[in-house]
Design a protein around this ligand. Structure first.
Ligand code: PLP
Ligand code: TYF
Length: 397
């Protein structure tokens, strides 16, 4: 039966990562995958993680299974990180399972939605992270897009977004990015979050917030402001979070899915369904990443260190947003790229065309996703002039 299989194309972002690795050009620049790189172009293990790992090595006394919900201490920490002291936590309206990465959280959420409403359509931003579409389709759900990014103004199509979402029926799910929109970098401001939350409440659709970059936008608290306002307004929602970026735990695969229900009785039922979904996919999540995060957030000292290290990553990216503009100006580029400083998180769309992206890759070994998405932390003081100069040549035509 395997001879009937058809080849499946590789995820273009991961394909780009492989192509970059094989490129022998010493000047090559990787602006592809959303993985934070420091000034040396290295994705280092955070010091707070190293310390927590040492603690784990010393204290761990068993490798027996953890339950289907994973590490309960982690779950409690991750809920507080997202919701703070919110009434949904205080009134027992949230149930959380730790998952293999944010991707695992989304996949579990998809199956959970399928159980709650098999006919649900999941609405995603146009454009969105390509995996969103395949993850929800894999659970047999219909996926449709709503207006979001405006290629003309390099901003949001907020009015069109609200008009389209006003047609979404109760029982459907609307996925929003908590902060640091992937791929555009263009986020809702707080006023827009409020309007979105009121619409969700009026229309009765269920929001699903994907929070893969908490702390990479404006700060840990600021980045969850919209999410918390939404939780003030609606009875039910889902949250998928990831510790891949903000704890630098990419390969440990640690994330969480949280379900918010209208009352604690429904939460108990939702929990049983959630755990049944987990059991039918992977039984129990891997423990390591969750225990690392738990150790960090259990300790004031390690939490303070984490905040510092996260701020270093966030500030470096934001500094480079401005530096790109300055270097482009120094190269005589006259097109307006000021939108880059209005965006948040790892990514921005440069808004250049396919041929220009192709030339950057072929002539200069500068790698970015085909939509012109750049992962800004791939830039550093050794390559930014090379990048700005290549951009100037390519923009001249
Ligand atoms: N959601 C978004 C928007 C992402 O960009 C990512 C990837 O980084 C994820 C979810 C899931 O990340 P991971 O599975 O690595 O935790
Ligand atoms: O968008 C990105 O670059 C990150 C990393 O299948 C990623 O979200 C990309 C593709 C993928 C998994 C993670």
């Amino acid at each position: 039966m395997f001879s009937h299989l058809q080849p499946t194309p590789i995820d273009p972002i991961l394909g780009l990562m492989a192509a970059y690795k094989e490129d022998p050009n010493p000047l090559k620049v990787d602006l592809g995958v959303g993985v934070y790189k420091d000034e040396q172009g290295h994705t280092a293990v955070l010091d707070c993680v190293k310390k927590a790992e040492a603690l784990r090595l010393k204290n761990e006394d068993s490798k027996t299974y953890i339950g289907m919900a994973g590490d309960l201490s982690f779950n409690s920490h991750i809920e507080k990180l997202a919701f703070g002291q919110h009434k949904v936590l205080l009134s027992g309206r949230v149930t959380t399972a730790h998952t293999p990465g944010g991707t695992g959280a989304l996949r579990v959420a998809a199956e959970f939605i399928k159980k709650a409403n098999p006919d649900a359509t999941v609405w995603v931003t146009n454009p969105t992270w390509a995996n969103h579409i395949s993850l929800f389709q894999a659970a047999g759900l219909t996926v449709k897009e709503y207006a979001y990014y405006d290629w003309e103004t390099k901003g949001l199509k907020f009015d069109a977004m609200m008009t389209e979402l006003a047609q979404v029926p109760a029982g459907d799910v609307v996925l929003v990015h908590a902060c640091c929109h992937n791929p555009s970098g263009m986020d809702l401001n707080f006023e827009q979050w409020k309007q979105f939350a009121h619409l969700a409440k009026d229309k009765g659709f269920t929001p699903l917030v994907d929070m893969a970059y908490q702390g990479f936008g404006l700060g840990l608290e600021e980045d969850s402001q919209g999410l918390r306002y939404l939780a003030d307004q609606v009875d039910e929602m889902l949250l998928c979070s990831s510790c891949s970026k903000n704890f630098g735990l990419y390969r440990e695969r640690i994330g969480a899915v949280s379900i918010v229900t209208a009352d604690s009785k429904t939460t108990d039922i939702a929990k049983s369904v959630l755990l049944a979904v987990v059991r039918s996919i992977y039984s129990m999540p891997p423990a390591h990443g969750a225990i690392i995060v738990s150790h960090i957030l259990d300790s004031q000292e390690l939490t303070a260190l984490w905040h510092q290290e996260l701020a270093v990553m966030r500030n470096r990216i934001n500094d480079y947003r401005q530096l790109i503009i300055d270097k482009f100006a120094a190269e005589g580029i006259t097109q307006d790229f000021s939108f880059i400083t209005k965006q948040h998180g790892m990514f921005s769309f440069l808004g250049i065309n396919k041929e220009q992206i192709e030339r950057l890759r072929k002539e200069f070994s500068i790698y970015m996703v085909g939509s012109s998405r750049v992962s800004i932390s791939g830039l550093n003081h050794s390559n930014i002039d090379y990048f700005a100069n290549a951009m100037a040549q390519v923009l001249k035509g």
